[in-house]
Design a binder for this molecule. Structure first.
Ligand code: GUN
Length: 307
């Protein structure tokens, strides 16, 4: 079986179009929705993500601002910036890009963001709302995956879902969202015994572990839906051949750039064993950005109706 591609670019574009429409509607109140992104330090991957987020928000009619702070930023300075953004009436949504540099405790600063401006849903109050099944902002990647299931007609109710990776950003919230949609959920991690056997139970297999092609054919049930959140660099030719076989285009790209991207799931196994799968890149990534826009507009609307 060759699984159908769950095209994150296409689905993301549809979510973005809806967010843009909602942003236009909101702007009739006198100003566009406002997003503030805070980037501390010089993690190259974070810088790329933030550029993508800002570009997408501008395209959707969201007014955005980036605050770039050096890696040497002291805690009171970052706290002061967040306090200012919390007070700024034109800022509806605040995103503190993670990871923070060593020495800055992410949990302290995530808790400092006003819960009603917390676009990632990482504030403890919003985490609690998610656990309790109450409305509130939901982490963008898991929310994007659930929105993809909805738009693609993938039945979650009654399914066996296995989530590999227990991060606060993806694994934990995704497991909760699947549970709220009536899946039977198993949340796995690095200490899970016989991980492939657990994964093989899955009708819906989601991976967010950051290990290149670690999940192989023996972990994928024939016909499963596979959602690969991983975005890893393969940096040597033997790995690239192992992961992609003799895909000459991929090898050429690898030789040109010195690396190629691969998810957490072996790409050939994923394509051949699944009924549907998210490619890497072009699967989950665009959904995350799309949901950031949707969350920003939703926060703007919610704050407006609270006034
Ligand atoms: N770093 C990696 N993913 C994310 C995300 O979804 N939100 C934030 N704030 N930082 C991230």
């Amino acid at each position: 079986m060759a699984g159908r591609i769950l095209d994150g670019k296409k689905i993301g574009a549809a979510i973005r179009a809806d967010a843009a429409e909602a942003a236009r509607e909101f702007a009739r109140s006198g100003r566009p929705p406002g997003l503030a992104v805070v980037l501390v330090g010089d993690d190259p991957a974070s810088a790329i993500y933030v550029r993508g987020k800002i570009k997408a928000s501008r395209e959707a009619g969201i007014s955005s601002e980036t605050h770039r702070l050096p890696a040497t930023t002291a805690a009171p300075e970052l706290a002061g910036l967040l306090d200012r953004l919390n007070r700024d009436e034109a800022v509806d949504a605040i995103l503190l890009q993670l990871p923070l540099p060593d020495g800055l405790d992410a949990s302290e600063f995530l808790a400092r963001i006003r819960p009603d401006k917390d676009v990632d849903g990482f504030h403890p109050e919003n985490v609690g709302r998610l656990v309790a099944g109450l409305p509130g902002p939901c982490p963008c990647t898991p929310a994007g995956i659930m929105e993809m299931f909805r738009r693609e007609g993938i039945e979650v109710k009654g399914s066996r879902a296995v989530v590999v990776g227990r991060s606060d950003i993806v694994g934990k919230p995704l497991a909760l969202l699947l549970l709220h949609q009536h899946a039977t959920v198993t949340l796995c991690h690095s200490r899970t015994r016989d991980l492939p056997a657990v994964c093989r139970e899955a009708d819906i297999l989601c991976t967010a572990i950051g290990r290149p092609a670690m999940v192989r054919a023996d972990a994928i049930r024939e016909g499963a839906v596979v959602v690969d959140v991983g975005m890893n660099r393969a940096e040597n030719e033997a790995d690239v051949r192992d992961f992609f076989g003799d895909d000459e285009k991929r090898l050429a790209r690898f030789r040109r750039n010195g690396y190629t991207l691969v998810g957490d799931v072996h790409p050939v196994a994923m394509r051949e064993r699944s009924s549907a799968y998210t490619p890497v890149p072009g699967g989950v990534g665009p959904l995350t950005i799309a949901m950031l826009l949707a969350n920003t507009v939703a926060l703007a609307v919610a704050r407006q109706s609270d006034r």
